[in-house]
Design a protein around this ligand. Sequence first.
Ligand code: 5GP
Ligand code: ZN
Length: 140
Amino acid sequence: MPPPSGGEPGCIFCAIVHQREPAHVVYEDDEAIAFLDLYPHTRGHLLVVPRRHVDRLTDLPEAEYAEFLRAISNVCRRVDRLSRHYHVSVNQGTLAGQVVFHLHVHIIPRYSEENPFAVHPRVRLDDTEGRALVSLLGAP
Ligand code: 5GP
Ligand code: ZN
């Protein structure tokens, strides 16, 4: 259990990484963790986050790219349990929709041709649904 500190002050994803804030975590390794997005576009919408606080992809030290990509691939393999169709995306900068300035990769499963990004309210993740998804996706 890490100490109740660490990371960038005021960063919600650092707070999750350092277990000061709850999240439905489905994957962890030494460099990265993945948890369910609190306002999912679709069921099983995940965020893969390096433990190290960096704002943007280009701020991640190059020596850490391979490990981070490995974590993303591992999580994608688990998302196959939900759907073989998903987006893997990064929003960089406010004009591209970035609202949390701790690097994160979205994995957004698709279940139909319906556009999940069409304008409709995103509903907060329900805890019961979160627990069900953690038991489906959390197993290696
Ligand atoms: P961005 O728009 O920065 O690429 O994506 C940030 C994502 O983080 C959004 O999809 C948003 O729903 C999600 N998010 C924001 N705050 C929290 C939080 O406290 N917990 C979790 N699990 N997700 C969050
Ligand atoms: Zn952070």
